[in-house]
Design a protein around this ligand. Structure first.
Ligand code: ADP
Length: 477
């Protein structure tokens, strides 16, 4: 088997704050079926090593950005993990990027260290394992291809953009601390408005760039949502490819999900029991005639949370209910708490992060709301499709690529799998909600859409084949 080293800050099941972790955690198994052995390098945050079976130390450095570091090779499930143990950087309370006081002040160094170790393993190998390709993810992994290139190494590399809004921007005074060469500090290198951007370092040095949906690649190349880096993408348009995320069938499958009563496209009877349980869990009224809609999301402006109130009024007026799980910006948390206070028994809100609850929500709900302003791929609409919880989404990025909006033509052609609204504003969202309620009121149409959604091909095999083909192409060059 050929070998690929994946470098990222999160991977399910070890650490997750968003979709990045789902993707990084699912790719190794998906690629194994394509003849590629993928190892995932990530920081050994507190507790990570305890969760790895049979670890051995395969690489070490007495001074990695201020302290000793070791790479522990181990396994979680079928995933081979190279956990970078550097206690001075990663052994702390809190999440991967922050604690109760906010973002860690040394995040740039923490992820530069990860990339430095990854580039070293890629170049020199770790014990007898050496990758043929390096695959970096987002700003946290972006310095890995850069360090390879700056060191003159020829190993092919690829960077995947999961979200261009996070760019790893820090002051130029960190150049030395991040071990970046001064000669690449210019507009065609890693310099960005006088600062350093680690994402830009990766985008300008990797041999190929992928985005997590074709539409997001087009949007970036048209200059939308690039937040200042769109020119870099446009300049490298020839090596940019959009590859949709899949979903991990081992984790997201209503037939085997331990969090719910099993159901499937051919036997959806379990769905109504899951719905009742969800109503109870969110203390919603017992009798909800309209759609039971969920939202599972980071609560930020990107996710369109400010657009919700008119659509929720519409939903409640039509006899529906909303169950919402999320955490994020305080204005957004206040806004959704306000909706719950306004519509007791019809709007239930949980502020927090709860993986198990999210499964029960997809299993029990009729529809999932994803009103993002931009969305590189989006996963919750895919989980919704899989669980017969029809997506109501804005027409952007991966949402537009994965949901077929109901229209006279798509309904007649038996293609519709959800509701798509455009433009991304509160009025259009409200209209989308109205359409969703109308569709829900027609049991025959709704059930047909549900079954169709549940049967859509959402697995990883097609996308894994595209990554594998891209690795092959890079190797051949
Ligand atoms: P992003 O990565 O931009 O946050 P995605 O839709 O790509 O958005 O992925 C979000 C992932 O995080 C999904 O797996 C979603 O179910 C999960 N998620 C988001 N917020 C929560 C939460 N509060 N509790 C549980 N899971 C959540």
């Amino acid at each position: 088997m050929k070998r690929v080293l994946s470098v990222a800050s999160e991977a399910v099941p070890l650490v997750k704050t968003g979709g990045l972790a789902d993707v990084v955690g699912a790719l190794p198994e998906a690629l194994a079926g394509q003849g590629w052995e993928m190892r995932v390098m990530l920081p050994a945050y507190r507790g990570v090593l305890d969760r790895l079976a049979a670890t051995t130390v395969v690489w070490s450095d007495p001074d990695l950005f201020g302290g000793p570091a070791e790479v522990h090779l181990g396994k979680v499930g079928t995933m081979e993990v190279m956990a970078l143990n550097a206690p001075h950087l990663y052994d702390r309370a809190g999440g991967p990027y922050s604690d109760l006081h906010g973002d860690f002040g040394d995040n740039a160094e923490r992820f530069a260290a990860l990339c430095w170790a990854a580039a070293a393993v890629a170049r020199e190998g770790a014990e007898d394992w050496r990758p043929d390709v390096l695959h970096a993810h987002d700003w946290q992994g972006a310095l890995a291809p850069a360090y390879l290139r700056y060191a003159g190494a020829s190993l092919p590399s690829l960077i995947t953009i999961h979200n261009m809004a996070f760019q790893g921007r820090v002051g130029a005074d960190k150049m030395g601390a991040l071990r970046l060469p001064r000669e690449a500090f210019h507009r065609d290198g890693y310099e960005f408005w006088g600062d350093i951007s680690t994402l830009k370092a990766g985008l300008t040095t990797a041999d190929a760039i992928t985005t997590v949906s074709p539409r997001y690649a087009e949007e970036l190349m048209r200059g939308e949502y690039g937040q200042g880096l769109e020119g870099v993408i446009a300049a490298r348009a020839g090596v940019v490819v959009g590859i949709l995320n899949g979903i991990d069938d081992r984790v997201w499958n209503p037939e085997t999900d331990p969090e719910c009563i099993s159901f499937s496209a051919t036997n959806i009877s379990g769905k109504s029991k899951n719905r009742k349980a969800l109503q109870a869990e969110f203390q919603l009224e017992k009798k909800i005639d309209g759609p039971l809609v969920i939202l599972v999301s980071r609560l930020t402006a990107q996710k369109g949370i400010d657009l919700l109130p008119p659509a929720v009024e519409e939903l409640v007026a039509r006899g529906g209910a909303l169950a919402l799980l999320g955490s994020g910006d305080s204005w957004a948390e206040d806004l959704v708490r306000g909706l719950a206070a306004r519509f007791p028994g019809r709007v239930g809100v949980r502020i927090g992060y709860d993986e198990s609850l999210s499964h029960r929500m997809f299993a029990g709900a009729d529809a999932v709301l994803v009103p993002s302003r931009f969305e590189p791929c989006g996963l919750t609409q895919l989980y919704g499709l899989r669980y017969g919880c029809l997506p109501l989404v804005s027409a952007v990025g991966g949402l537009a690529d994965t949901v077929i909006g109901a229209s006279p033509a798509s309904l007649a052609g038996q293609a519709a799998t959800g509701v798509v609204f455009h433009p991304v504003d509160a009025l259009a969202l409200r209209q989308g909600m109205r359409q969703l309620c109308d569709l829900h009121a027609d049991r025959r149409i709704w059930t047909a859409m549900m079954k169709r959604a549940m049967k859509s091909d959402l697995g990883w095999s097609r996308s894994a084949a595209r990554y594998a083909a891209l690795y092959e192409r890079l190797l051949a060059q």
